[in-house]
Structure formats: structure tokens, C-alpha cells
Write a protein that binds this ligand. Sequence first.
Ligand code: SF4
Ligand code: MG
Length: 315
Amino acid sequence: VKNIKKYFPYKKGLFGKKGFVKAVDGVSFSVNKGETFGLVGESGCGKSTTGRMIMNLLEPTEGAIIFEGHDLGSLNENEVRDLRKDFQMIFQDPYASLNPRMRVKEIIAEPLVIHGLLNGKQREKRVHELLEVVGLSSYHGERYPHEFSGGQRQRIGIARALAVNPKLIIADEPVSALDVSIQSQILNLLQDLQEEFGLTYVFIAHDLSVVEHISSRIGVMYLGRMVELADKDSLYEEPLHPYTQSLISAVPIPNPRIKRERIVLQGDIPSPSNPPSGCTFHTRCPFVTDLCKSQIPAFKETRPGHFTACHLYND
Ligand code: SF4
Ligand code: MG
């Protein structure tokens, strides 16, 4: 993902000046084959928009998505359709993302139909296989989505995503809508599937507790920008950006003898249609200086493999 931006135009008032919501404002990162890259930030930080641009569901205003050496923006329609097969998405809401009028077996087979893969008999066999792979038995295929619990529906969504043997799965808050007791089951399933099928995940979440166990590297976004990116251990052990520090301070620690001071940020996240100048975090940062208000901090490698955008670490 190379310096992608997504600006949504809007008008202030009926005859007002045109403005832009800078939903994503220059985000870069790479995802290695077979890893889980966690993309974390509060709602409105641009993480879902980033996921949708990778999926080719939204066109970037600027920047490039490169997959196995192919710049997606430079491909023709047929080439994009071929590549699209390698990308699948799992959505946050397993209620809204499954068509209530379709049987489960039709839902799971749909991507095979769209991509013209397998004939009728083979599709049926594949659907049975997929149901078992996600821990549902094959007779469930005859039923409709409303007959299932939230966790089961997310399993159906996962089976649908796996149908065409994708390489990359963008999981956009796949457990946020589920009960805590079900969340770990789905996370374990995703991890097992990754191992079994060599999948690569971009795992989007709004807090750091969910991605801790599943991610190898994590990027933290704030108001459309990446503010920190590191492998999981260095991010949790030594978070550099004040925003990440506050997020980590909110993650519960299982060992009650370790005490971590909770950093509570002042104020709410500002609107992306009118972001603060300089470092967009300056309105909430406990370490803010005058420089922060006027200059955007560069996104720099502060420790080996550990990047952050904060003036505290410049020189
Ligand atoms: Fe805080 Fe300044 Fe760093 Fe932004 S650049 S996070 S305002 S210290
Ligand atoms: Mg979202």
C-alpha cells in the first residue's frame, strides 16, 4: 500500500465552499505473505476505507495498491477480475452481510458462480467441504441465515470468503459484533484456517486487545494517517507514539501483579473534514509543543522495523 489517499468531496451548506473529508491521508504499509497485519484505530480513522481500497471496492484519490508486483490501478477490467479472486473480505456484521433470502449453500457458492468456477455438482461438494472447514455440518447448507446465531453466521461469512481459495483476506472487525465468549472461537478458527491454507490477513480492529493474539505486525491509525507501525512485540512492549501508548494502557493485563497506568485522553477525535493542523493528534496529546501544531511529523523508522510519526523522536 503506497501512500494512498481517499478524499471525499462535500459542500458546506447549500451554496457553500467545497471541502474534502480526508478519510485516508497518505497511508503506506506492506503485508508479508502468510502474516496477519493488524490495522487499528478508533472509528473514523480511515481503517475500513483503507481496507475497501485494498479490496478495490473504492478507488484511491491518490497512491497505489500493489499486489504480488501488480499495480492494481494499471490493470484492465479482466485482469482486475482475475486478481480479485485472490482477495476476499470478511465483514463486521454477520447479520447484514448475508442475504436473508438465500440458502446458506447458495451464499457460500456465490463467489464460485461469480468467478465461473466449478460446475453444479462440484460446487455442491465444495460447499459441503467449506461448511466442515469452518466447523458447521453440511446439513446446515439447506437453511437460511436467520436460523443461525451470530457466531455461526460469521462462520458462514468465512466459508464464503474461502470458497475461491483466496490469498489475502481483509477482515473488517470480524468479531466486534459478537459476544466475548464467541470472539475467541472465531479468532481461533481464523488462525487455524491461516495455517491450513497459507492465508494472509489484514485484520481491522478498533482496539488493541483483539489484535494482540492474532497479529504479527500492527499499524495504528489516527485521523486518516498511520502514526505507528511495528511488529507486535515491540509495539506492546515499547509503544512510541503517545496515541498508541494510550491505546495500550487500556488493554487489560491478565497478570494482576503487573500494574499499568491508564492514560486517558482528553476530548474526542476531531472531525476528518476539519482536522487539526500539524500533527493531527496535537489537540489530545499530553506532550504537545508549538512545533506539533504547525508541522506534520514525518513517518520515520525510529527503531529497526519500528516506525512512528511523532516529533518527540526526531533527532
Ligand atoms: Fe504529540 Fe507532538 Fe508527537 Fe503529535 S508530534 S504525538 S502532538 S508529541
Ligand atoms: Mg469501520
